[in-house]
Design a binder for this molecule. Structure first.
Ligand SMILES: *Cc1c(COP(=O)(O)O)cnc(C)c1O
Length: 496
């Protein structure tokens, strides 16, 4: 539709001028207002979306076109003149198509990437339509209430204190940053230093104790925080990537002063969990702040299987927790949660009001996150949790673990292939005999297109990493993936 037509429709005499007027006659449902000029565009987007979702079972899971082809597809000079939005969006979809990875596919096991639960998808579309600015409660009360209610549900599902506060951020990285900012505030406040007012110049040094297998975003967060990566006191970890408890004790005892201990629930390669109860107790005994990076692993707490829940025993003893919405919970990108036990500390770190000692629950979402204006992430989170319910979340987590186990068992039966890690959660690390073979299998998996698994290095050896994080993955998806791997391994070994 041309912009002039849009103007014409907006000024259509059928459009009621008085908001109290009854709905215009050209609506399909007499209770609905007339379709807006945007309606045709939305219908076209829905059809395009449906085609994409419908293609997921058969399309190659890895992208067919690379960056250079996409640059050529999208390139050209900035147009001088405006063009019809609907045509531009249809054109965008056409050009993008070969350069899309099928990340919402049930056979996308690369990195750690969740799918899109339908309730989250629908709510996310409306989030864009409503275009709320989530920072202020008075401006966006529906979102603020959704976030408050969803926060309560999240804390219950994750087995965390009901009085903790939850900031809705973009993902695990920003959740780690937000939590570690609260940690920095608190450990320095206890040393008599107001970091929000006085900054870090001349502040007492802050030690950050973490294992060698911490996620890279912890270091990035420390860079943002001005603590620097050299603040990290590294502790060894075991074969699965769990922090060494004796090493942690030694590190704690080797220094004094403001100390933050970063633990991990779900190592990104192996899915292993630190001994959270023991490690937290040791750290708290020496006055440290305990942070848990549980980007995907914290969701073990919501499992139905008690064996899986046991992985996070003691997680509730920490002072802060980072987790994702767009991984295990299958909310669309982007979504993460920064959870802080002491809501006064959380608000003191990010609040912009003079008086931080807010004793009631009322407040603004922006007091809990680094952003001022931001997307209303409460809607998709609320919708997915409401749609799944406690049972649905438990089934989701159990199902991911069951599928990870099935994949591990299937691959272990391929001659020459082995599973490197103890598959306790959703991560499976595969080895195909030697680095050259594993590397070649990793390359061919992507071009084969049946599934996506991504290459990794673990303890100096090449591995193929598989993360089962998508709600829609079926046993058949796992079997198709194992069959493809068996075929590819055969080809590589046969020199094909
Ligand atoms: C994915 C991940 C992160 C980073 O999360 P993003 O959502 O990508 O920002 C941090 N820690 C761990 C353990 C992760 O798996």
């Amino acid at each position: 539709m041309a912009p002039d037509q849009a103007t014409e429709l907006v000024t259509d005499p059928a459009t009621p001028t008085n908001p109290a007027d009854p709905a215009p006659t050209n609506a399909a449902n007499p209770a609905d207002p007339a379709p807006t000029p945007t309606r045709a565009l939305l219908d076209e987007v829905a059809a395009t979306a449906d085609r994409f979702l419908g293609s997921l079972d058969e399309r190659p899971v890895w992208t067919r076109a690379g960056y250079d082809e996409m640059l050529a597809a999208f390139g050209g000079p900035l147009p001088d003149a405006p063009s019809d939005p609907a045509e531009v969006v249809a054109d965008l979809a056409r050009r993008a198509e070969p350069g899309l990875s099928a990340t919402p596919s049930g056979r996308f096991f690369g990195f750690v990437i969740g799918g899109v639960h339908p309730a989250g998808l629908g709510a996310d579309w409306l989030t864009s339509v409503w275009d709320q600015n989530a920072g202020l409660t008075s401006l966006a009360p529906a979102n603020a209430a959704c976030e408050a209610v969803a926060a309560g549900w999240l804390l219950e599902l994750l087995g965390l204190p009901a009085t903790a506060s939850v900031g809705f951020v973009t993902g695990g990285m920003q959740a780690n940053f937000t939590c570690l900012a609260a940690a920095r505030h608190d450990v320095l406040a206890r040393a008599g230093w107001d970091v929000e007012r006085r900054g870090l110049v001349a502040a007492p040094p802050v030690r950050v104790i973490a294992s060698v297998d911490r996620h890279g975003t912890v270091d990035l967060a420390l860079r943002y925080l001005g603590l620097g990566t050299e603040a990290v006191v590294e502790v060894a970890s075991d074969d699965e990537g769990r922090i060494d408890i004796d090493g942690l004790t030694d590190a704690l005892d080797a220094g004094t002063g403001p100390t933050i201990v970063c633990l991990q629930a779900g190592e990104v390669h192996t899915g292993a969990f630190d001994a959270l109860a023991t490690a937290s107790d040791l750290a708290h005994h020496r006055g440290a702040w305990v942070h848990v990076d549980g980007a995907f692993g914290l969701w073990a707490a919501a499992a139905g299987d008690p064996g899986i829940r046991a992985l996070v025993a003691g997680a509730d003893r920490a002072n802060s927790w980072a987790t994702d919405g767009h991984k295990t919970l299958n909310v669309p990108y982007d979504c993460g949660f920064a959870i802080v036990r002491d809501r006064v500390v959380h608000r003191a770190t990010f609040g912009v009001h003079g008086d931080y000692l807010i004793s009631s629950d009322a407040g603004d979402p922006m007091e809990l996150v680094p952003e001022f204006s931001r997307r209303a992430r409460g809607f998709p989170v609320w919708a997915v949790l409401r749609s799944l319910g406690r049972q649905g979340v438990a089934d989701l987590v159990d199902g991911l673990c069951r599928n990870a186990r099935r994949l591990a068992d299937g691959v272990a039966a391929i001659p020459g292939a082995s599973v490197v890690n103890d598959v306790v959660f959703t991560q499976v690390l595969l080895d195909f005999g030697d680095d050259a073979t594993t590397g070649e299998v990793a390359r061919r998996v992507l071009t084969d297109g049946t599934a996506v698994l991504t290459p990794a290095t673990w303890r100096g050896r090449a591995a193929l990493r598989c993360s089962v994080s998508n709600w829609s993955t079926t046993a058949d998806d796992i079997d198709r993936t194992v069959d493809a791997l068996a075929r590819i391994v055969g080809e590589v070994r046969g020199g094909a």
